[in-house]
Ligand binder design. Sequence first.
Ligand SMILES: Cc1cc2nc3c(=O)[nH]c(=O)nc-3n(C[C@H](O)[C@H](O)[C@H](O)COP(=O)(O)OP(=O)(O)OC[C@H]3O[C@@H](n4cnc5c(N)ncnc54)[C@H](O)[C@@H]3O)c2cc1C
Length: 281
Amino acid sequence: MAHVLIIGGGPAGCSAALTLRLRGAEVTILRAGASALEKAKRVDNYPGLPETAGGEMQRRFSEQAEKAGARIQNGLARLIQKTRRGFTVLAGEEMIKADAVLLATGVGRVARIAGEDALVGMGVSYCATCDGMLYKGRPVAAVCRDASFREDVDFLKSICPVDYYMEKPHEAPDGVNVIAGKPLSVRAEGERVILTAESGEKAYDCVFILRPAVALTTLLPKLEMNGEAVKVDEKMRTSVEGVFAAGDITGAPYQVARAVGQGNTAALSIAQYLNEKGETK
Ligand SMILES: Cc1cc2nc3c(=O)[nH]c(=O)nc-3n(C[C@H](O)[C@H](O)[C@H](O)COP(=O)(O)OP(=O)(O)OC[C@H]3O[C@@H](n4cnc5c(N)ncnc54)[C@H](O)[C@@H]3O)c2cc1C
């Protein structure tokens, strides 16, 4: 049975999951945290569920998708790679294989530090547990947005001397050398990466950037964008064959009904795509 990985467990992802299950696909929904809908105190413009709190509506969407047989897994997708047969998606420390991928990650904008994109894989890493051992005993920096990467930082400091930088103020883990001032930019200098912060600059063998969100151009570098939104056609196909997108990720208006409709359209297109590839049951 073909496996579809849906990245994002909001209205778009849950809607797509329902239709894909009915079309006989195996479905995993990967979600990194709450959906935008859960922040809505009350939604009045979704048919059939009047005056419903966003949290309650999301609970029902997720429950229905699970009852239909979709597997819901917590985790942040960090990187999508195309393989000969389909895709592998790095989620935490796990590699998930899929025949098709639906991006339903909502609007989330991820602020980055200057120079970061160009150095990914060349002295900048988003995964301490994946790449940490490559830098065993060598000086590294951990750049953290919040305290949620404590385990990753603990792992790093067990093998390397770690300087700790904060993108936003929070409590630093024990045993790291906290560098004052926000990190501003990274640049390569020979084999090393120079990290410039408000307080000055320092060279490292690797800069680990650990954030609870991933920019779309980092997740899938070849994805064509329309400003902040992912470019899709009327079938919700993106510029990368086998990767579809639905919901707020495709741009305004940001509405539950639109996200649900696009999720449904994307699911039908994915089913057709898998059929043409001969991947359905
Ligand atoms: C305060 C507020 C009030 C609102 N009120 C209304 C209203 O009254 N009516 C209305 O129609 N709309 C309303 N909206 C908009 C509505 O909530 C959105 O349009 C809708 O939730 C979009 O659904 P989505 O599935 O596209 O994205 P989201 O609901 O944002 O879901 C995105 C999902 O992707 C996950 N994710 C993101 N990145 C990753 C990653 N790298 N790996 C794994 N998972 C990831 C997130 O954790 C989340 O589960 C409101 C929004 C807000 C914030």
